[in-house]
Design a protein around this ligand. Structure first.
Ligand code: DP6
Length: 320
């Protein structure tokens, strides 16, 4: 017997950047994301004689496996289950060689496969909490489309879905400028950013940005949503700079200028960037081909492009 789950990655339009509680992975402010159809993780969990983690076809040892098994021990204790060795087999359908992170889809798929294997019958909110304990952003991959991750205590901080207006038609174009591993992990970057004198302002701005983004989604106002997302991403990177470090490179800034120049020429296109130099562009699905073509000629042939539309929430099943 084994259990299988598939979870998709998500792009934060309002970023989770700062924890109120590091151990419980409680966010210092709410965040809001779009789940993507093109990138996902498939994970199979089964009881075994000893713990083993197979990642993309190869046995993983060291920090990657340690993080998985310390997370699983946490789930056993959280759900008051007796510890049992597990075989975890994961396949990432995320262009890792292009520098993409997959912790959101990875921990959401793992939480879903685990809860299926032990027949926990979790509600979506409980599954979101369980995913959050592995990696904060994973709690949002429980839902398809747009969702918001609420602030709150251990049992209150989970993602909730946001109904999408049918005419929104949003697409995401990822721009990869290289695959070098970021020097400062998200967890460490968040820790450092808390020392910024602007941190209290950042929290307030995220709360406001979530309210505005939800209004924009309800009204199918793509421009308004894009403006909120771009401003929030700029503020996140201003916060890291104000703490003495940055993830951005000259290519990230060129991508920002590119989005702004496209807008000046009449195409709605907005920039976002996570904890790395690679950027994401938000545009309307109908403008995707044009944005792709112009991005290639403006940013040079070395840039790699990966397009995606909105994706589904996590799915899990028990296999006999
Ligand atoms: C910039 O979820 O990777 O992508 O909870 O420490 O594992 P941990 O952090 P993680 O952080 C994601 C940061 C981000 C913004 C976001 O996805 O909201």
């Amino acid at each position: 017997m084994s259990s299988f789950a598939r979870a998709h990655t998500n792009l934060a339009l309002v970023k989770y950047w700062g924890k109120a509680d590091e151990d419980l992975r409680l966010p210092a402010a709410p965040s809001l994301s779009l789940t993507l159809d093109a990138f996902y993780t498939e994970t199979r969990v089964s009881c075994a004689r000893k713990d083993k983690f197979i990642l993309d076809g190869k046995e993983a040892q060291g920090p990657e496996a340690d993080r998985v098994f310390s997370y699983l021990r946490r789930l056993f204790s959280f759900f008051s289950l007796p510890l049992s060795p597990l075989l975890v087999e994961s396949q990432n359908f995320v262009p890792k060689s292009a520098g993409f992170a997959s912790s959101a889809s990875a921990f959401c798929a793992l939480a879903a496969a685990f809860s299926q294997e032990f027949e926990l019958n979790l509600t979506r909110s409980e599954l979101s909490i369980a995913s959050r304990l592995g990696s904060g952003s994973a709690c949002r991959s429980v839902y398809g489309g747009f969702c918001e991750w609420k602030e709150g205590g251990m049992e209150e901080s989970f993602a909730i879905p946001i109904d999408e207006h049918p005419s929104m038609g949003i697409a995401v174009l990822y721009l990869s400028f290289g695959s070098e591993k970021k020097g400062i992990s998200s967890t460490e970057g968040m820790r450092r950013s808390k020392s910024s004198p602007f941190f209290p302002v950042w929290r307030q701005e995220c709360r406001k940005a979530c309210r505005e983004a939800k209004e924009a989604i309800a009204e199918a106002d793509f421009e308004k949503l894009g403006e909120v997302a771009e401003k929030n991403a700029c503020q996140m990177h201003a916060l890291t700079l104000s703490s003495g470090f940055s993830y951005l490179s000259s290519s990230s800034f060129r991508a920002l200028s590119f989005a702004q120049s496209l807008r000046e020429r009449g195409t709605a296109c907005y920039w976002s960037c996570d904890a790395g130099k690679n950027a994401a562009l938000l545009c309307r699905e109908r403008d995707l081909a044009q944005v792709k073509e112009e991005a290639l000629s403006a940013l040079g042939p070395k840039v790699l492009l990966f397009a995606s539309g909105p994706g589904p929430g996590v799915e899990a099943e028990r296999e006999v």
